[in-house]
Ligand binder design. Structure first.
Ligand code: AMP
Ligand code: TRP
Length: 326
């Protein structure tokens, strides 16, 4: 079975962008792959976090994984900070990474732009991400398109280590789906849908109530035409809506185009909202049950035990090859 690893930062409310680009794929892959899904709390602290908020958001992302259908009997679900090997191998990978490589990372450029002070952790973030992935010998990493560059660096670092110290790490591939690899803002289709957008109308949160979802879709920006056609270059807003609709309704985009021919955007927006609500409502109900059940801590502890066993073995092998005394 191929191995899969991915993670999400506990740094804000999850959006349907996270669901489409990441979580939905995690759920699909857990039946056919050996899966590790973590909450990357060590990455979250590369920007300042309030302790109480970090705790809450970490639990929230973990509960949302389970509510969305990740089954801890099938996949290993754990917190990055509960597997200390991440920090150690993260440091080792940092020493193999060039400053120039990190300077080229667009996520760093975006997150540091205009900031007066930027922590060094934000700069070396991709080296820790590389460690996350190689620790589990992951073949595939399901992510949205924005992570492609980090995955390329991970591949380079894994190969560099293997070249220098002998074959140790699996060189992973990103797993990025064609439809839904980059869900755009509902207000400005030139920007990625992001949980940190100051305008909440730009994103649908996984926690939005039905009426909020209806309102946000009805106010979504569209061009002045009325043709419902998938054409990301010329009709980015409508194309983004069609991608969201297709994923939540499981109807291919070409069928949706045919179904809405000649109908204008109003009908389309109404129906998208209902498709999204019908998926999110049961997830939200399960989320509330999981948070109330008090079982989360135990599930995460069990996940960390399994993750530690795999990660420690990889770390030991890597350190031995590098000349550390064990
Ligand atoms: P983050 O919220 O940055 O920790 O992202 C977690 C995962 O969700 C990563 O795999 C991202 O690529 C994915 N993701 C975040 N926003 C989007 C989006 N707008 N479209 C598609 N995937 C996304
Ligand atoms: N950098 C990823 C993001 O911003 C989160 C992440 C950290 C990750 N470690 C990972 C994703 C390992 C996949 C695999 O979304």
């Amino acid at each position: 079975m191929k191995k899969v690893l991915s993670g999400i930062q506990p740094s804000g409310l999850l959006t349907i962008g996270n669901y489409i680009g990441a979580i939905r794929q995690f759920v699909e892959m857990q039946d056919t792959h050996d899966c590790y899904f973590m909450i990357v709390d060590l990455h979250a602290i590369t920007v300042p976090q309030e302790p109480e908020k970090l705790r809450e958001q970490t639990e929230s992302v973990a509960a949302m994984y389970l509510a969305s259908g990740i089954d801890p009997e099938k996949a290993v679900v754990f917190l990055q900070s509960q597997v200390r090997a991440h920090a150690v191998l993260g440091w080792i990978m940092t020493t193999l990474t060039g400053m120039g490589e990190l300077e080229r990372m667009t996520q760093f450029k975006d997150k540091s732009a205009g900031k007066e002070s930027v922590g060094a952790g934000l700069f070396v973030y991709p080296s820790l991400q590389a460690a996350d992935i190689v620790l589990y010998n992951a073949d595939l990493v399901p992510v949205g398109e924005d992570q492609k560059q980090h995955l390329e660096l991970t591949r380079d670092l894994a190969q560099r280590f293997n070249h220098r110290y002998g074959d140790t790490f699996v060189v992973p591939e990103p797993h990025i789906t064609d439809v839904g690899k980059r869900i755009m803002s509902l207000i400005d289709a030139s920007k990625k849908m992001s949980k940190s957008d100051p305008n909440p109308g730009a994103f649908i949160s996984m926690f939005d109530e039905p009426d909020v979802i209806r309102k946000k879709f009805s106010r979504a920006t569209t061009d002045s035409g009325r043709e419902i056609k998938y054409d990301p270059d010329n009709k980015p807003e409508v194309s983004n809506l069609l991608e969201i609709f297709s994923i939540f309704s499981k109807v291919p985009i070409s069928d949706l185009e045919a179904r809405y021919e000649g109908q204008g955007y109003g009908a389309l927006k109404k129906d998208i909202a209902e498709a999204v609500i019908s998926v999110l409502e049961p997830i939200q109900a399960r989320y509330r049950d999981i948070r109330q059940s008090g079982e989360l801590q135990a599930i995460l502890k069990r996940g960390a035990e399994k993750a530690n066993a795999v990660a420690d073995a990889t770390l030991k092998r890597a350190m031995e090859r590098m000349g550390f005394l064990l």
